[in-house]
Design a protein around this ligand. Structure first.
Ligand code: FES
Length: 141
C-alpha cells in the first residue's frame, strides 16, 4: 500500500510540474511583445520632385539614425549614399564644387561612389538604391 501511494504521489507531482511549465510558457508567450513587421513602405523614402534637385546638387534626406545623401549626377542619374562617415559616424557635408562628401570631424572625404578619397575612414559609404517614379525621387533604405 505505501508503495502504491508513493507512485501516485510521484505521478501527481510530475503532472503538476508539467502543468506548471506549460502555464509559465503560456504566460511568457503572452507577455512577449510581438515582433515588429517592417513593410515595404517603411523601407522606401519619398525624397521629393526630381525638378527640385538640379544636376550637380545633393539633397540630405533625414531618416532615423542614418541620413542619406541623394546626389543628382546627370539628367537621369541619381546616387544614394549614407551621410554617416565610416570613421566615427560624423554627418558628412556635400561639397558641390569638388563633387565629394566631406567629413568635418577628421577631414575625411568620399567620392560619388562612396569610396574613401582621403583621411581616416576605414571603408566606403553604404550605397542606397534611388529611383524615380512619375517625377518623384524615392530612395531605398
Ligand atoms: S569621423 Fe569622419 S573622418 Fe573621422
Amino acid at each position: 500500500m505505501p508503495r502504491r501511494r508513493r507512485i501516485l504521489r510521484w505521478l501527481g507531482g510530475g503532472f503538476l510540474s508539467l502543468w506548471g511549465f506549460g502555464f509559465l510558457w503560456v504566460v511568457a508567450a503572452f507577455l512577449k511583445p510581438p515582433r515588429a513587421r517592417e513593410s515595404l513602405a517603411d523601407r522606401i523614402i519619398r525624397v521629393g520632385p526630381l525638378d527640385s534637385l538640379p544636376v550637380g546638387h545633393a539633397q540630405l534626406v533625414r531618416h532615423g539614425r542614418e541620413p542619406i545623401y541623394v546626389v543628382r549626377t546627370g539628367e537621369d542619374r541619381l546616387i544614394g549614399l549614407s551621410a554617416i562617415c565610416t570613421h566615427l559616424r560624423c554627418v558628412l557635408t556635400w561639397d558641390g564644387d569638388r563633387r565629394l562628401l566631406q567629413c568635418p570631424c577628421h577631414d575625411g572625404a568620399f567620392d560619388l561612389n562612396g569610396n574613401v578619397l582621403k583621411g581616416p575612414p576605414p571603408g566606403p559609404l553604404r550605397r542606397h538604391r534611388v529611383e524615380t517614379r512619375l517625377g518623384e525621387i524615392f530612395v531605398h533604405l
